[in-house]
Design a protein around this ligand. Sequence first.
Ligand code: RUQ
Ligand code: CUA
Length: 662
Amino acid sequence: MKPLFKISLSIALIGFVAFQGCKPKGIQASAGGDASKAYVAPGKYDEFYDFVSGGFSGQMSVYGLPSGRLLRVIPVFSVDPEKGYGYSEETKPMLNTSHGFVPWDDLHHIALSETDGIQDGRWVFGNGNNTPRIARIDLKTFRTAEIIEIPNSAGNHSSPFITENSEYVIAGTRFSIPMDNTNGDVAINTYKQNFKGTVSFISIDKTSGRLGIAFQILTPGINFDLARAGKGKSHGWMFFSCYNSEKANTLLEVNASQKDKDFIMAVNWKKAEEYVKAGKAQKRPVAYAHNIYDENKHMATSEIEKEVLVLDPKDCPDMIYFMPCPKSPHGCDTDPTGEYIVGSGKLAAVIPVFSFTKIQKAIADKNYEGEYDGIPVLKYEAVLHGEVQKPGLGPLHTEFDANGNAYTSFFISSEIVKWRISDLKVLDRVPTYYSVGHLSVPGGPTRKPWGKYVIAYNKITKDRYLPTGPELAQSAQIYDISGDKMKLILDFPTIGEPHYAEAIPADILIKNSQKIYKIEDNQNPWVAKGDKYARVERKGNEVHVYITAIRSHFNPDNIEGVKLGDIVYFHVTNLEQDWDIPHGFAVKGANNAELLIMPGETQTLAWKPDRTGVFPIYCTDFCSALHQEMQGYIRVSVAGSNVPISFSMGKTQTTDSTAVNK
Ligand code: RUQ
Ligand code: CUA
């Protein structure tokens, strides 16, 4: 098998290289779809919100479908000067980790919360790949509400995947590593002895959404790539794709592609819950950050948590099984009925489809082909529903419609292939421009796909848009899937590198969308709930400026008495109570971004002046006809100055106009 495979891989790669090298003829002609299907008239709403991961931008973006209009970029793991996220004192703790402040991450996957296997529109989750984290975004405010770090993990790629009643978001580690509570200072080539993997089950509080690491399962030292929860009949199970069953620690490109089959790991998490209840989990000392944004205080707090429960499969029989899966599986997707699990070997020539019923039978019959690190390996043929033959090259991800069809992306052959789950027949194929990674059908990973479109998220765009220097935009392409044949109707560039996306009917979110923060509910410790609270206070070398903002002035707007060596905290409260009236706040020379303060909210900017003088402050968001007049001054005097703290708005100064610092 090995030499044969090598040949087919090199043919695939030659094909890929050739494909990269010259543009197939006639592409521009074939790319013209029925654009009217993507047309949303000015002033009309889109039918779906589409939440798209930003990859190495660390953010999540929100588009309208089918128009492809960009509605919002939600800052998640990366600082965002546009919104002051990660720059204001209130939001800095959101990016705290056990390594300190980490202002960036690599966000690959989206998971919308579900009730009974249907999207409920409460939260959207995203993973941080680099410094393992999961974020929860509140869909009332489209803001990051919580970030939890994951211990015993390195490269949180197989994440976050949600169960059908949002019991858990689940995260598998991409890299195996020495566990956090062991001495990690070991030779890298002791991989096989010292490196382990984990998968983490992070519980979601039903009302508040608050996250907590319920337990982790220790696994052999392999790499987890993706995952999906079971649903319907397979609810209570979780399926993870894994590669590097060879346990290579170097040149994985070759060394982790040796075996014909890697695995899909099936975890019976209901059983795992029983083991935790029965006290089978070990408490392990770890350190991970847990950051929560309090909506009433408009402020995040970060705590370092110290312990995690770990289940070792050695002590927990019947909890995990391996299923052989051809050649370095990437995507692992469960169909809407929960009966079928689709594996996608990046280097495989077929798509294997597993049957949950057969998996249960093989487990009951102990139909094993052996063991891997003491964990039973089920017989491939015994658990297989069948293989899709000759589907394309480099299958990555599969989504579903409500009519029993599957849509698989093919990176190497740059196409989407539609096939029928029941008889595994290929029904249609369309090219993508180019090299599609994930694809997404609205509701596609749930029990209730909404269908209508499949959206391809492409890694390479080459000649699709005007050239923009060495780097070109990644792109999304929308295909109409309402008929038998897929039809390209629109393509649009994306922010960062889009990996996965999930779309949800707009109606589900619109009704909950928050318009303002009520000023009377503002519990920020530095709030100024009206003009009479506007003031400046000195505390040692800290100067606290309590500023209110309302169209079109700041109160106070003239501030004096700051001395070199002071640190100034501008606590700005936006007194507006109208929808869509944020004010911004910036001061010259701050080593910081602006603040962008929503109606009813308080945010704080820290500024350490580096020279004496008079510095402008101003509103950055065009809020009114007199936005440009929304400005003021702050005076900074020498260190030993006796200029007293003073502040005002609207008063004509009575001091001697020639007064300068002595
Ligand atoms: S991955 S392009 Cu990071 Cu989801 Cu498959
Ligand atoms: Cu406030 Cu511009």
